[in-house]
Design a protein around this ligand. Structure first.
Ligand code: SAH
Length: 221
C-alpha cells in the first residue's frame, strides 16, 4: 500500500471515531508522521497506534493526538504550552493550528531530535525547552492552551493550572488508580477553575523533580 493510501485509511478511521474538526484532520494529513518514528517502524507510521521512540517513550496514537488537539479548540491567535515533546509529532500538529507553541521535554536526546526534525520541516513557530515541564514556563505565562502528554499522579500539576490564562483550556492525563488514567479538561473562566473528565487513556508517567540547567531552543528560520 502507498503512503497516500495508508494516510487516507487513517483519516477515514479518525473520522469514524468521531474526529470531525477539518482543521485538525488537515494538520494530521500534512504532518509526515513517518519522519517521527524510528526507521524500523516506517511501514507502521500511518497505523492508528502508538509506537516506541526509544528511551522507554512512545509517539502517541494518532486518534489520541487528534482528540486532544480537537479538545483544545485552537486557532491562530493561541499561545500553547506543551509538556512532553517526545518525537515532536504532537508539537508539529499544534504548530499548524496555533500562533506559537512552547514545548518542554526532559529527555535531551529526544528534544534534540525533535528540534532537528521541526527545523527540517520548516516549522518555525515553536520554542523548545529541555527541563521539567511540570513547573511550566513562568516567563511565557499565561498560556491560552496547555497540553500535557504524560500522566500526572492524582491531579494536574498546580504550577501548570496557575499558568493557564483567563478563558484558557488545558488537557492533562491524570492517574486515578494504579491502572486507571483519565483525560481531564480544565478551564479557567472568570478566574474560576472548572475540571471535567473526558475519556480513559494510557500515557507514560510525567516524571517530575529532575533538576539541572534548563536550556531553550527557538526553531531557527
Ligand atoms: N507527544 C509526544 C510524546 C509523548 S510521550 C509524541 O507524540 O511523540 C511523553 C513524553 O513526555 C516523553 O517524551 C517523556 O520523556 C516526556 N516527559 C515525561 N515527564 C516529563 C516532564 N516532567 N517534563 C517534560 N517532559 C516529560
Amino acid at each position: 500500500m502507498t503512503t497516500d493510501a495508508r494516510k487516507l485509511r487513517l483519516l477515514m478511521s479518525l473520522r469514524r471515531s468521531g474526529v470531525t474538526d477539518a482543521a485538525v484532520l488537515g494538520a494530521i494529513e500534512r504532518i509526515p508522521r513517518e519522519l517521527f518514528v524510528p526507521a524500523s517502524f516506517q511501514d507502521r507510521a500511518w497505523e492508528d497506534t502508538a509506537l516506541p521512540i526509544g528511551h522507554g517513550q512512545t509517539i502517541s496514537q494518532p486518534l489520541v493526538v487528534a482528540m486532544m488537539t480537537e479538545a483544545l479548540k485552537l486557532d491562530d491567535r493561541r499561545k500553547v504550552l506543551e509538556i512532553g515533546t517526545g518525537s515532536g509529532y504532537q508539537t508539529a500538529v499544534l504548530a499548524q493550528l496555533s500562533r506559537r507553541v512552547y514545548s518542554i521535554e526532559t529527555i535531551k536526546p529526544l528534544q534534540d531530535d525533535a528540534v532537528r526534525l521541526l527545523e527540517k520541516l520548516r516549522i518555525h513557530n515553536v520554542t523548545m525547552r529541555h527541563g521539567d515541564g511540570s513547573r511550566g514556563w513562568p516567563a511565557q505565562a499565561p498560556f491560552d492552551r496547555i497540553i500535557v502528554t504524560a500522566a500526572s499522579g492524582g491531579e494536574a500539576p498546580k504550577a501548570l493550572v496557575d499558568q493557564l490564562g483567563e478563558g484558557g483550556i488545558m488537557i492533562c492525563p491524570v492517574r486515578r488508580a494504579a491502572d486507571q488514567q483519565i483525560m481531564v479538561r480544565i478551564r479557567r473562566e472568570n478566574d474560576e477553575i472548572k475540571s471535567e473528565d473526558l475519556w480513559p487513556v494510557r500515557f507514560v508517567p510525567l516524571v517530575t523533580g529532575s533538576s539541572g540547567p534548563v536550556t531553550d531552543k527557538r526553531i531557527e528560520e
